[in-house]
Design a protein around this ligand. Structure first.
Ligand code: GAL
Length: 795
């Protein structure tokens, strides 16, 4: 192992060579413990995602109070029915750098570990951190054996009833060693703010908190290409804290449309010698939230077109993967979303880096529970001792990400009830303000009446309302802020490719097949269809925007089928668990993405047995007017009607009688000129498989992913929308099979095994590159009665 030079900062990810064993082995903290028989894993890792699904895991007899339930009933899939409960141990043997302990220090840093982490090094207890989503680190200098083998052991433990969704299990985020001088910038010690921003000039303030003895600071700002833009002038210093202001002429501002970033290099010195340096990417942008002008980014008024995202990555579970996160964010951006809310937890650093880079604003959330429980073993157990630390860590670790535009101190916390809760809200908001005076704080509130009475809602910087569209007006009038945010909206439920008749609006409707209809008219008792939010967003200038629940289906919380087995993942997603857009995707895109034409017809047109029966047709489009034809015969023209709730945003033909053939829509512009058309055809028998990769070039880093959508098509190439065909997969060459998912929330087929049935004609296979191996990746997909298909991806 190389030795460490004074003044150098080395960050070393600990990814390879870990051993893992489920179960509790207190002796595994000892150096001499024999872990040879343990499983070899790489970090990030999720020990539960390989299942199998099992109804008895986390079976709960409870009333979900925040869903308005009063009676306890048996719930089977709340946390995804995957084996996350229990204890697990990780061990890693690593050779440490040669350091001089007098001059250098080594930090052991975790971006998160699920959960209740206890950390040991060389047989000694180092420390612990209970919150699975919290960032934490320890100074391990004292315990480290420089230049020698060291044994790191981590015990994790997950209680049953500790989450309202699939929390996953394991060291699922980055772990790294940071070796640096003892006279250095503190961990998370730089703070970059942009208190003045205009097109002509920006003022960038850089503060550095230091440790040890440091006597000066220098700061340089570069473009991403490495051209020097500005350097620090005068430096102020007060007891270990340094501050400098740099002026940037004609700054390239950061926004979702133009995610311009700079490279900031902050260095500190002692007696003229550089002792530490931190390099980070920063953006220049201004935020403003006022009663008069709502939310403004860089002086431009806008409303959030946001989605809430849970932390799981569908079939690959919670193990953080940059390629998987990037795919999710790109799908959301393509829909026109400009913001995400990390519900209901602290985001991964990779997700924030991607949001900086791709241009998505972020509400970084902290907790789903404060002191009062939602689930028996939730964060309520840790709140008193850890909430302050977790908030401080959240802000310190992430504050220099330009994408973050707001903090959220909590989601629907039961502490909304009672005066103690009001105090807690104030205390938490103050903590955020102390750590970061530049961003406002919200809480997603569902007890709207209660928070109006108690003053809880009035003290928040941004009152966030979850659902309850009927109370927006009253909340706006009673709260003093002069605006309201739709911190959580819609929660419309649907299963991709499933349509139910008769077509009606329903609340908490259940069907015997455990699916919800993709006519997008079904919600839960507390939630609503997209239109109810659109109307508020469009008609009320004081609504700051919305964050739809959710961008993607996630593991766990299978409302309205919490009681029905084998329902095990959510129905709320705009996209399914595989990431395939449901119909609703096009409704949002028709509103949000003004650059892209949207003309989408639903349902599919394979209704054998429904001949002559009423089968309504909806069109989601950004055109105002369109005409529908069935087998060449016009079924009339529809125009969006702002005075009718259901016709304001979708075009509907309610009395279409099904006959097989071609359903065609022609869109017209304002002068009744045909401008676009789309067709859906009745498909014939499944004939072959169509393989489409989202990415055809993979980085040979052993982490990059390509998502291949497999569609069953007929002889003419029409998608077969009802085909549920068992497929098998084999991968050769410079890649491997990672996972498969069909988006069916009731499927018990495992994601990591190379076989699965298509769900309504589709599924998605995830391929992973092999480290250091370049060349082609060959995916072969076989289906019964169909010829095998081969797809080749190049490295
Ligand atoms: C909200 C809650 C979310 C999710 C959602 C489902 O009340 O904040 O976590 O449970 O309902 O509609």
């Amino acid at each position: 192992m190389s030795s460490f030079t004074y003044g150098q900062r080395i960050e070393r990810p600990l990814e390879e060579g870990w051993k893992f064993q489920k179960g509790d082995f207190p002796e595994a903290m000892e150096v001499s413990y024999n872990d040879r028989k343990w499983e070899s894993v790489t970090i990030p890792h999720d020990w539960a995602i390989k299942g199998p699904f099992d109804k008895s895991i986390d079976l709960q007899t409870v009333a979900i109070v925040q869903d308005g339930e009063e009676k306890a009933t048996e719930k089977s899939g709340r946390t995804g029915a995957l084996p996350y409960i229990g204890t697990g141990w990780y061990r890693l043997s690593f050779e440490a750098e040669e350091i001089n302990k007098e001059q250098q220090q080594v930090l052991l840093h975790f971006d998160g570990a699920m959960s209740e982490a206890k950390v040991y090094l060389n047989g000694e207890y180092i420390g612990e951190h209970p919150y699975g989503y919290g960032y934490f680190y320890f100074d391990i200098t004292k315990h480290l054996r420089p230049g020698q083998e060291n044994i790191l052991a981590v015990r994790l433990h997950n209680e049953p009833k500790s989450s309202r969704w699939y929390p996953g299990a394991g060291i699922y985020r980055k772990v790294k060693l940071i070796t640096k001088s003892k006279n250095a910038i503190e961990h998370w010690g730089t703070t970059v703010t942009t208190p003045y921003v205009s097109e002509e000039k920006a003022k960038v303030v850089v503060k550095a908190q230091t440790v040890g003895t440091v006597d000066s600071l220098s700061v340089a700002l570069y473009t991403q290409e490495g051209i020097l833009v500005a350097e620090s002038g005068n430096v102020l210093s007060f007891e270990g804290e340094f501050e400098t202001i740099i002026a940037v002429d004609q700054p390239n501002l950061w926004s979702p449309e133009h995610p311009n970033l700079y490279r900031l290099v902050t260095a500190v010195y002692r007696n003229g010698e550089k002792t530490d340096e931190v390099v980070e990417r920063v953006g220049i942008r201004s935020l403003s939230y006022t009663a008069e002008r709502g939310f403004e980014l860089n002086g431009q008024r806008r409303k959030f077109k946001g989605v809430c995202l849970h932390h799981d990555l569908g079939p690959i579970g919670i193990a953080v993967n940059r390629a998987a996160l990037k795919r999710q964010l790109l799908i959301m951006k393509e829909m026109g979303a400009d913001a995400i809310r990390t519900a209901h937890n602290m985001p991964s650093i990779e997700q924030l880096e991607l949001c900086d880079e791709l241009g998505l604003m972020v509400i970084a959330e902290s907790f789903d529970e404060w002191k009062k429980p939602k689930v028996e073993n939730g964060y309520n157990r840790f709140f008193d001792e850890w909430a302050k630390i977790d908030v401080e860590h959240l802000v310190r670790a992430t504050k220099n990400h330009s994408s973050i535009v707001m903090w959220s101190a909590g989601n629907e916390v039961p502490d909304q009830w009672g005066s103690e809760g009001v105090k807690r809200a104030r205390w938490l908001q103050d903590l955020f303000h102390k750590e970061d005076p530049t961003r406002p704080v919200t809480v997603g509130m569902d007890q709207v009446k209660a928070v109006m009475e108690s003053g809880f809602g009035a003290i928040l910087d941004i009152p966030g309302l979850n659902y309850r569209t009927h109370l927006y007006e009253e909340a706006y009038e009673r709260f003093p802020q002069g605006f309201v945010l739709g911190s959580e909206t819609a929660s419309t439920v649907s299963s991709r490719g499933i349509y139910k008749f008769p077509v009606k609006e329903y609340k908490t409707k259940k069907y015997s097949d455990m699916h919800s209809s993709s006519y997008d008219l079904e919600a839960c008792s507390w939630s609503n269809i997209p239109e109810d939010d659109f109307i508020l967003q469009d008609d009320q200038p004081w609504v700051l925007g919305e964050f739809v629940w959710t961008g993607f289906d996630y593991l766990g919380e299978p409302s309205p089928y919490n009681e029905e087995w084998p329902s095990r993942s959510s129905y709320f997603g705009i996209c399914d668990l595989a990431g395939i857009p449901k119909d609703r995707y096009y409704l949002y895109r028709s509103r949000w993405n003004t650059e892209k034409e949207t003309l989408h017809i639903l349902p599919h047109w394979n209704w054998e047995g429904r001949e002559g029966e009423v089968t309504p047709v909806f069109v989601y489009t950004n055109y105002k007017k369109a005409e529908l034809f069935l087998n060449g015969k016009s079924l009339g023209t529809r125009e969006k009607d702002p005075s009718t709730r259901l016709d304001r945003y979708r075009l509907r033909w309610m009395d279409v009688q099904y006959e097989p053939g071609v359903l065609k829509v022609i869109a017209y512009d304002d002068n009744d000129k045909p401008v676009a058309e789309k067709e859906v055809r009745t498909a014939g028998k499944p004939h072959r498989l169509l393989l489409e990769a989202d990415k055809t070039v993979l980085k040979s880093d052993g982490k990059d992913l390509s998502y291949v959508t497999v569609t069953v098509v007929d002889k003419e190439g029409n998608p077969c929308p009802t085909a549920n065909i068992p497929l098998t997969f084999s991968v050769k060459g410079a890649g491997s099979f990672k996972a498969v998912c069909n988006g069916d929330p009731t499927s018990l087929e495992m994601f990591h095994l190379p076989k699965m049935k298509t769900f309504n004609g589709k599924l998605v296979v995830t391929l992973q590159s092999k480290e250091g191996e370049s060349g082609d990746v060959f995916l072969t997909v076989k289906g019964k009665g169909m010829k095998a298909e081969l797809l080749i991806i190049n490295d």
